[in-house]
Design a protein around this ligand. Structure first.
Ligand code: GLN
Length: 345
């Protein structure tokens, strides 16, 4: 049974002027610096969680690594901890590749082909494909993410890969490169993702050769980043699609808000509801220990710490993000009661 919501676009006037946004500003710089330091000191000693080992090379990550970065809408950054440590982008690549596909295909066509609802299943679930009539549920779990990669512009494997590498580099504001060791390790153990790709192909919900699409997907997951890169990528999504450090337009604002909507509903796998309930901001996590959080109009926050909870989300990252979201005023659902006389409308 196909859900009606998959096929009806809700009317929205992109050309409305002036653009209406619902957000304010971050606190002053000194306060951000102090809060980021507090979050770091508070959670650096928490050693709960386990480093991912299903991709063999990831198991070598030092569990004590911990870094936090905040990038505001004018590109200014605040960072603490292991900010120079490099790690693979993994699932954090997914919203950015989705953005690229929305930019090329149109976000409505992307929604029809990929879906935008959470699955309620783990990130690499085959059950989610079998149980849902639309097969792919959203671009942020493996099935939908591999389908998203299959839709990236380019006629060949190499052209598609170059589209991804180039656009994700624009998000980060520097040329990103593949970590060869991570790529080799995941390539030799990713039979499950190959299976997902072939299953999707059998349902005609994959749009390129399954083995090539899986390979490109594995490459995008292996791109090397720092926590600073992640914060710049998040800040670009917080800034209407313009990279606040380079000033470059990476995607259009209409795409940007759809990407954030999917991150809010599905960014932390089966715990996305808990994340939104407690933290109240779009986010995306990855198995190497990165989390990006986007506060529209205010900025991007990124954390890196390899030990994960059972769903595959960084433990210290979630704690630090919760602490900072509350104190920096990131929660999208927070409001304060009105003061003074009522204003007519
Ligand atoms: N490359 C990983 C995989 O497909 C990404 C998963 C993740 O970060 N959750 O298994």
């Amino acid at each position: 049974m196909t859900k009606v919501s998959m096929h009806e676009e809700l009317p929205f006037d992109e050309t409305a002027t002036p653009p209406r946004v619902s957000t304010g500003d971050l606190p002053i710089h000194a306060e951000i610096r102090q809060l980021v330091t507090e979050a770091y000191e508070r959670y650096r000693g928490d050693d709960s969680g386990t480093v991912a080992d299903y991709i063999p090379v990831l198991a070598q990550a030092a569990p004590g690594l911990f870094g936090i970065a905040v990038v505001g809408p004018w590109g200014r950054s605040f960072e603490i901890g292991d900010v120079a440590a490099r790690f693979s982008l993994q699932s954090v690549s997914k919203p950015f590749v989705f953005a690229l596909v929305c930019d090329t295909l149109g976000y409505e066509e992307a929604r029809l082909r990929l879906g935008v609802n959470s699955t309620g299943f783990p990130f690499n679930s085959l059950m989610a494909v079998e149980l849902n009539a639309d097969r792919t549920m959203n671009p942020l779990v493996n099935a939908g993410a591999i389908a998203t990669t299959s839709l990236v512009p380019g006629a060949t494997h190499d052209e598609k890969w170059e589209s991804i590498r180039a656009r994700l580099s624009m998000f980060a504001g520097r040329e990103l490169t593949v970590n060869a060791e991570v790529y080799a390790s995941e390539s030799s153990t990713n039979m499950r993702n190959q299976g997902i790709a072939h299953l999707l192909r059998s349902y005609e919900r994959l749009y390129f050769d399954p083995d090539e699409a899986t390979d490109i997907y594995t490459r995008q997951c292996s791109l090397d980043v720092t926590v600073h890169d992640l914060a710049v990528m998040a800040a670009t999504l917080a800034n209407g699609g313009v990279n606040p450090v380079t000033g470059e337009t990476v995607i259009r604002p209409g795409v940007c808000r759809r990407v954030l909507a999917v991150m809010a509903s599905a960014g932390l796998y089966e715990l996305s509801g808990d994340w939104l309930y407690q933290i109240g901001v779009p986010g995306k996590s990855g198995v190497s220990g990165g989390i990006v959080t986007v506060s529209p109009g205010k900025g991007g926050l990124a954390t890196y710490s390899p030990p994960l909870d059972a769903a595959g989300n960084s433990v210290r990252g979630q704690l630090a993000t919760k602490y900072l979201a509350d104190r920096l005023g990131l929660n999208l659902f927070a409001s304060v009661p009105a003061e003074g006389p009522p204003t007519p409308f």
